[in-house]
Design a protein around this ligand. Sequence first.
Ligand SMILES: [Cu+2]
Length: 144
Amino acid sequence: MKNIIAPTITLITFLIMTNVYASKSDCPVELSKHNLCANISWKLGPQYGIYSKAVVTYWKKGLKAEGLVDPNPSLEVYPWMIMPKMEHGGSKVKIKKLAKGTYEIDQILLLKMQGFWELRFKEPGANPKNGALAKNKIHFTKNK
Ligand SMILES: [Cu+2]
């Protein structure tokens, strides 16, 4: 009996860890209202003061193997800043469809201020402050 406990614990830990990892990589950004998952891949930056660029892809939650899909209704991706006593957007980004379910978000201008930036998702016409479907804190790698 003793011989089986340690390997069993190891196996259970392994299964839990792989499951946690799998769910994160399967759905990095969850858009539950649309039953979609998204991934953000930075192509430039994220960096302060000059343009950053990202590519966002979408797929149906749990159905990544079926391929990428276009959100319907369409979704806007935009930068949003949370400051100690206020929050605000940035200048307008350029969104370009590259392929099915694949969108380039260009001209993201993140200014260095006190607080932090998010990359948010919303439906067109939704309020950028209160109407976001998903919020993702941007972690800067350069210009710190
Ligand atoms: Cu600010």
